[in-house]
Design a protein around this ligand. Structure first.
Ligand code: GAR
Length: 187
């Protein structure tokens, strides 16, 4: 059985999409969810999907408690799906090439500290970009700097709001993120 930790900070629609995707396959896989906000929408989704979910405030990510939790869980893959904190460096060291993140833009553009969720789409809109997209990458000690696994583009010339861009980016995320997770776990 492959064990996957899903980390989120907010709504968790990517978390739900990944869980639903694997429910349509015959893979032997189990999930647990971790969120760093008590009221994160992902808790509702996890409850509905009957997936164990844990609340970890920022301080517990920083004091080593989280590293121990991850070691006990022995994950085959750690998936940051809308997780907005810097991932703890000690866990990065313990799990080389086993932590991946999705970023809602074409890195290295629109990445780094403070560039997440809607902030990214607002910046892309302000710069009148013709294209944006998604980047799925390994996680290292720096925001959005790990080795890129996959990028997919979408044309946004007809988008006039950040919400419209977000919707197009989410479509790419829902299509490609579960497939990348599947490939990494099952080849
Ligand atoms: C997603 O678009 C994801 O790419 C982004 O947050 C959103 C979460 O949506 N992640 C980042 O910006 C990381 N820097 P969701 O909670 O509905 O899955």
């Amino acid at each position: 059985m492959k064990k996957v930790l899903l980390l989120a900070s907010g709504s968790g629609s990517n978390v739900e999409n990944i869980i639903n995707y694997f429910a349509t396959t015959s893979h032997d896989i189990s999930f647990e969810v971790i969120a760093n906000k008590k009221d994160a929408g992902v808790f509702e989704r996890a409850k509905r999907l009957q997936i164990p979910a844990h609340y970890y405030p920022k301080s517990r990510f920083e004091n080593g408690d989280f590293a121990q939790f991850v070691k006990n869980f022995q994950p085959d893959l750690i998936v940051l799906a809308g997780f907005l904190l810097l991932f703890p460096a000690d866990v990065v060291k313990d799990f080389p090439n086993k932590i991946i993140n999705i970023h809602p833009a074409l890195l290295p553009n629109y990445g780094g500290k403070g560039m997440y969720g809607h902030h990214v789409h607002e910046a892309v809109l302000a710069n009148k970009e013709a294209f944006t997209g998604i980047t799925i990458h390994y996680v290292n000690e720096q925001y959005d700097k790990g080795e890129i696994i996959l990028q997919e583009k979408t044309n946004i010339e007809n988008c006039t709001t950040a919400d419209e861009i977000a919707q197009k980016v989410h479509e790419l995320e829902y299509k490609f993120f579960p497939i990348v997770v599947e490939k990494l776990l099952f080849g």
